[in-house]
Design a protein around this ligand. Structure first.
Ligand SMILES: NC(=O)c1ccc[n+]([C@@H]2O[C@H](COP(=O)([O-])OP(=O)(O)OC[C@H]3O[C@@H](n4cnc5c(N)ncnc54)[C@H](OP(=O)(O)O)[C@@H]3O)[C@@H](O)[C@H]2O)c1
Length: 260
């Protein structure tokens, strides 16, 4: 899909990956609505972008916030929804509070599902429209220390896959981009240390934004970023026992970092 002059609504715009996506889309001539909870941060971002864009302050975990997004999308005749907002807590699930688990599932899965649900009629008004859900490699591999986060991203991937099929004969392309570890504030020091200890590569947010442009240009239904992560996703589908054993061998290291 061509982004030039496309009205795109981006959640998580103030985040590390969101900013990079906003920059890349603005350079491509998209007309953006930048969604987040902090007006000042969004306005600063808006001033830094080429072109004219809008800011919408909304907490997507609330009914009021999602209603504001829908009202704005209707008024602006939005043609593209990018769900990039997300939260993550690295802890073994026994140590996590129920509020923290609820926040992850609500922000990463329920909110994007409900935003897709309410915006589909708006997107349908266009000859060409798109939904892009930002998932994660952890949406395909259950990783110790990230159980609830994995649940939210597995859920988002399942929803996206089914929606792709439901809307296959509509003008709306439904796309899924799964980054691997990326250098943003989402990852605490403990996660950064774990990635180092496990030898995991970490991408820059600009690489994710570039990949999003490729996904849009080629209407790629699913894109898993990085090597060997890409291979592990496939292996986990075909031979989950192999990935299980490999991760269980690292359990002591993961537990150590989750407790720091
Ligand atoms: N970084 C990684 O390693 C990595 C890897 C794979 C996938 N991802 C996924 O990529 C996406 C972007 O992550 P990131 O690394 O850019 O994270 P980030 O830098 O922490 O940014 C998170 C963004 O989500 C927004 N957000 C969180 N809760 C919200 C809420 N209730 N309502 C509205 N906005 C909310 C934040 O906005 P405000 O706080 O300003 O409201 C912020 O813009 C997420 O879906 C994440 O799961 C990240």
């Amino acid at each position: 899909m061509n982004v030039e002059n496309t009205k795109a609504l981006l959640t998580g715009a103030s985040g590390g990956i969101g900013r990079a996506i906003a920059n890349r889309l603005a350079q491509g001539g998209a007309l953006l609505t930048l969604v987040g909870r902090n007006q000042e941060t969004l306005q600063d971002l808006n001033r830094s972008l080429p072109g004219k864009h809008r800011v919408l302050v909304a907490d997507i975990t609330t009914q009021t916030g999602r209603a504001a997004v829908l009202e704005h999308a209707r008024a602006q005749e939005t043609a593209m929804l990018i769900n990039a907002a997300g939260v993550m807590d690295f802890q073994f699930v026994e140590q996590q509070s129920s509020a923290c688990i609820e926040q992850m599932i609500t922000t990463n899965m329920l909110a994007p599902v409900l935003l897709c649900h309410s915006l589909i009629p708006v997107l349908r008004q266009h000859e060409q429209a798109a939904i892009v859900n930002i998932g994660s490699i952890y949406g395909s591999i259950g990783h110790p220390g990230f159980s609830a986060y994995c649940a939210s991203k597995f859920g988002l991937r399942g929803f996206t896959e089914a929606l792709q099929r439901e809307l296959a004969d509509s003008p709306i392309r439904v796309l899924y981009l799964a980054p691997r570890a990326t250098l943003t504030d989402l990852n605490t020091r403990a996660v950064d240390d774990l990635n180092k200890a496990l030898g995991n590569s970490v991408d820059r947010p600009e690489q994710v934004a570039e990949e999003l442009m490729n996904v849009l240009a080629r209407s790629r239904r699913q894109r898993f970023m990085g090597w060997p992560e890409n291979l592990f996703v496939r292996l986990n589908g075909l031979f989950p026992g192999l990935v299980h054993n490999a991760l269980v061998r690292k359990l002591a290291i993961i537990r150590h970092h989750a407790q720091t």
